[in-house]
Design a protein around this ligand. Structure first.
Ligand SMILES: C[S@@+](CC[C@H](N)C(=O)[O-])C[C@H]1O[C@@H](n2cnc3c(N)ncnc32)[C@H](O)[C@@H]1O
Length: 356
């Protein structure tokens, strides 16, 4: 059998349309679960094409809902499709799809934020990190309510080669609110450059594929939607632990319109703020007057390396959190209790300044 004949044999037999399924099971969109459905199969085919060749692939689809994207993934030749859906109302429709593609669809009724994807696929599909990506893809028209926490969780998984990335450099093709998609792909100096841009780009090659107008969804969301493709890098551009990078980037971007040293200052307790900030800026050789949005990833790497160096000299620095200190000060003002006493009772929180 030729490749195209094989692909044709994998196409789904005639089924009720997605619109008919929605009517059949009375599937009114739940606002709470960010349900905006794609019924146009040309559009779902276009999303799936961004993932690359899916012939014989293993795929995890996030939030299949009434199954539009699911059909496109199956028609593209996926051999093993695991769908994770939180809303039980969609399960009967997904079972119908599974019967139409015998042995190719596995349905998980669960929450993608807690689902253990490292156990979802056979180990023998794994590739070493430096090799080509495994034949495993994550695809989803993500619920807006979970898209940002989910991508942050997966970025941390990429850094640790865990979760879906225990199989190697698993590729992701996902939809986001257009504004979030723009932040993910924003380059140095652009208005959308943000914490998310750095966290995603130091770990992945990111490609902004195309925009879907809000009117293409049912019901129509307030915003347009961007499709984004991620391939984890063989070598992350910053070698420090994810949590440390996240802390430096979060602090730098908390004052996005100010000079970047303002955010760096807040990595340190008041008592040693000026000296430590100067030490980091000099060691990293970064101009303190640059705005956070103007920093390149190599400059962020230099800042993270310089901060990590200070943490090895003064390990207590790692647990210092400016925001937590502010919160405790605020609480102590309200309760008339010294901030240090509150810090002692708050587990794992360091409010009294480390030695500087
Ligand atoms: C934007 S809709 C997309 C539905 C379908 N994929 C489509 O393109 O028409 C998001 C889907 O994700 C599901 N969902 C929401 N939160 C979820 C979660 N935490 N885990 C798994 N599925 C979730 C919703 O029930 C819904 O089916």
């Amino acid at each position: 059998m030729s490749a195209s004949q094989k692909l044709a044999s994998l196409r789904l037999p005639p089924l009720p349309t997605v619109g008919e399924l929605i009517k059949l099971y009375n599937l009114r969109a739940e606002k709470q679960l960010s349900q905006n459905f794609l019924l146009d199969l040309k559009l779902t085919d276009k999303i799936v094409r961004q993932a690359g060749c899916l012939k014989d692939a293993h795929v995890c689809e996030v939030g299949p809902g009434p199954g539009g994207l699911t059909r496109s993934i199956l028609n593209a030749g996926a051999a093993d499709l695991l769908v994770v859906e939180k809303d039980s109302r969609f399960i009967p429709g997904l079972k119908l799809l599974s019967e139409a593609a015998p042995g190719r669809v596995r349905i998980v009724h669960g929450d993608i934020l807690t689902y253990r994807m490292d156990r979802g696929f056979p180990r023998d599909i794994s590739k070493k990190w430096h090799e080509d990506p495994p034949n495993l893809h994550i695809i989803g028209n993500l619920p807006f309510s979970v898209s940002t926490p989910l991508i942050i969780k997966w970025l941390e998984n990429i850094a640790n080669q865990s979760g879906p990335f225990a199989y190697g450099r698993t590729r992701l093709t996902l939809t986001f609110q257009k504004e979030v998609a723009e932040r993910l792909t924003a380059s140095t100096g652009s208005r959308q450059r943000s914490r998310l841009s750095i966290m995603a780009q130091y770990l992945c090659t990111i490609h902004s594929c195309f925009t879907i107008p809000g009117r293409a969804f049912v019901p129509k969301p307030e915003v347009d939607v961007g499709v984004v493709h991620f391939t984890p890098l063989v070598k992350a551009q910053i070698q420090q632990p994810f949590k440390l990078v996240e802390k430096v980037v979060r602090n730098v971007f908390q004052f996005r319109r100010k000079h970047c040293h303002k955010g760096i200052e807040k990595l340190f307790p008041e008592a040693c703020r000026p000296e430590m900030t100067q030490e980091v800026m000099q060691r990293a050789d970064v101009d303190p007057a640059l705005r956070p949005t103007e920093l390149t990833i190599p400059q962020i790497r230099a800042l993270a390396d310089a901060y990590a160096h200070l943490c090895t000299l003064e390990p207590d620095l790692q647990s210092y959190e400016f925001r937590e200190e502010l919160r405790l000060k605020h609480l102590s003002r309200q309760q008339g209790t010294p901030a240090a006493t509150l810090a002692d009772t708050a587990s794992g929180v360091q409010s009294s300044p480390p030695h500087c």
